[in-house]
Design a protein around this ligand. Sequence first.
Ligand SMILES: Cc1cc2nc3c(=O)[nH]c(=O)nc-3n(C[C@H](O)[C@H](O)[C@H](O)COP(=O)(O)OP(=O)(O)OC[C@H]3O[C@@H](n4cnc5c(N)ncnc54)[C@H](O)[C@@H]3O)c2cc1C
Length: 412
Amino acid sequence: MAPDPSFGMADDAELVVAGAGLTGMLLGVACAGAGLEVVVVDPQEPAAMLMPGFDGRTSAIAYGSRLVFDGIGLWPDIAAEAEPIREIRVADDNSPLFLHYDSRDLGGETPLGYIVENRVLRRALYERARTLPNLQLLAPHRIAAVEASATGAVTLLDDGERLRARLVAAADGKESPLRQTAAIRAIEWRYGQTGIVATVAHARPHGGIAVEHFLPAGPFAILPMTGNRSSIVWTEHADLAPRLLALPEAEFAAELRARFGGFLGEIEPVGPRWAYPLALLQAERYVARRLALVGEAAHVIHPIAGQGLNIAIRDVAALAELIVDQRRLGLDIGDDSVLERYQRWRRTDALVLAAVTDGLNRLFSNTIPPIRLARDVGLAMVHRLPPLKRLLMRHAMGTLGDRPRLARGQPL
Ligand SMILES: Cc1cc2nc3c(=O)[nH]c(=O)nc-3n(C[C@H](O)[C@H](O)[C@H](O)COP(=O)(O)OP(=O)(O)OC[C@H]3O[C@@H](n4cnc5c(N)ncnc54)[C@H](O)[C@@H]3O)c2cc1C
């Protein structure tokens, strides 16, 4: 085989990934699995990131995202701890009208998605990374600066070490130091809402049903986990959230019961409570010279539809495909043309979901009577129009549009 010109003699890696969160590790594992030399850098201790107490979040993984894990051969390591979502019920406060998505309406047994604890995803990714000799995890280390030129990118680490590569991917989260040093501006605002996250044990089985209950302060989501457990994502006014988080156990449980209703029988919160300030962010560009933004470095959306990580997974699937195809042709993976194609492929999906989630949050987080009426009529209409409902279901499942190979469950 001819030597690969995209990986020059002087390079330390082909791809440097900033951030070993779910997005960065998925990108690293996907690309290294396809043969690239990859270095992933993160300032946090890997052992701390793998502790059960690191992140209380669970993620609603759309069916299309599960296909990405299939494509890189990781789904078998996750499946036993992933709860299939069979139905989604959306209810508006005390209104009798509600929207009901049922996976059976699409024919067949395919679930709408899965609820998976973030720690399960992180563990699967780190374990796979350890088996890939061409993936190096440099942690705890911080990327201090990136110097990009026509011939390559030099990444400067906090200990003074320099890494030469063809391309740098910024998966360094919503504050993205790399986005800032590349002078990429972002549109952003805070929602004045906090996402309170906790796990609840309940007497009755959930039957794979996810419930989203729209309350005046924001959505209250009950997401089915393995066993008789559900994860809640409770959106509250930011100024009220600290008081709720500090409540004694019995009072916190009483607040939860008031919002749950009785459909799962007796409920009991288990484990710690978590709080995430909610914001929207859209980077004006997803690329700069030899730099691609992925995941929350590029876009942060309201968790109302459980789609933030799903968009990140589609970013990874698209970028990995473009890089791997370019490399197979023996071309430079950090070339401007690759980055432009990545930006074109990914921006619309992320912008549409930012607009939809922002609109839904504004529409449902208020009590003005005409708006309530309009949204209830809207929910009822969707419910009564099966073709529209099926289209919305397929959109939420991430199985529409121009999907990268991985998002169709195919290998890179
Ligand atoms: C309450 C809540 C519920 C959610 N529920 C869902 C859901 O159901 N479904 C869904 O799809 N999404 C959901 N999301 C969104 C999802 O959690 C995020 O999209 C996802 O976790 C973002 O991951 P990330 O890897 O892009 O960023 P992060 O997890 O923030 O990772 C960034 C990493 O970069 C590292 N880093 C920072 N600076 C540097 C540097 N200089 N050099 C190197 N590394 C650096 C950090 O240490 C960190 O490890 C939810 C979000 C919230 C807040």
